[in-house]
Design a protein around this ligand. Sequence first.
Ligand SMILES: [Mn+2]
Length: 315
Amino acid sequence: MQTGLKEIYKKIKEAESVLLLAHLNPDGDAIGSIMAMKTIIERLNISVDGVITDKYDFISKVPEADKLLTETNKKYDLTIIVDTNNKNRLGHLDYLYDQSKEIIILDHHLVEGKINHLNYIDSTAPSATTVIYDFIKENNIELDYNLAFYLYLGLITDTGGFAFSNTSARAFNVASDLLSYGVSHGQMYADFITPEYNLNYLYLKAKAISNLEIIDEKVAVTHLTFQDITNHPYDVPKEFVNLGRKLENIEVSVIFVEEKPNTYKVSLRSKEYLDIAKVAEKFSGGGHKFASGIRFKDNYDDMKSAIIKEIIAKI
Ligand SMILES: [Mn+2]
């Protein structure tokens, strides 16, 4: 059951302290969503903390985001989770989920299983910040430059600079409204979609390209080992999975990244028709129709062939 956006705002107003959480490896949408909700709640004079698993370099370009925490031992009345509806995606911050008195979820991912919390999840929204935009409009909350910046950040990053298949009329409508508050599309694009890179980025990209293999003409698979990342420290960009996806005739592109020794993150993308979330779900992962992910530990060779087998069976 979904909760109305008005009812959610009412719940927030009743709280004395609020904790904001998002998924691990927080991206532009996770940070934008947390910062937008933090701004709205601060305006109500309610004490609020945003806690994230990692502070990546890009957040230095997000106003006030230096105030986000990576740990907390405070107790809160209410926890709001944005840009995920899955406890497993909270990483080591899942203890904060367990301690929560009450939880509200604002998200745009497909739901696996049943949600036992107040929630507003719109899987047709191009970003979690689009859901928050709807929350703002529904509750007549005033937009300003900072709020518009945070919402645009989620929108521009989750649509890959308005290039991915989730770039709907709705995405442009929301974008158009946000730009009217003075947000610069060109600056956001330069800062968050095509930021300056260093030599490690190029080395990792070269590795990902040289490891690329094509299976059954339609599946492009590559990987980066922990050794690669240790030799060339750089946050592996999401775009690397698109190196294979851009090849002619490829329907599915996959990258296996060994983030820690024997701990793997798999990013899966489909191009035109395959519901890749169905493949991810089979391995306890999840996501969207054209973009999903899986995490696993150990048995790299077995897992890799099982995942590829599943893709081939579904394609
Ligand atoms: Mn998102």
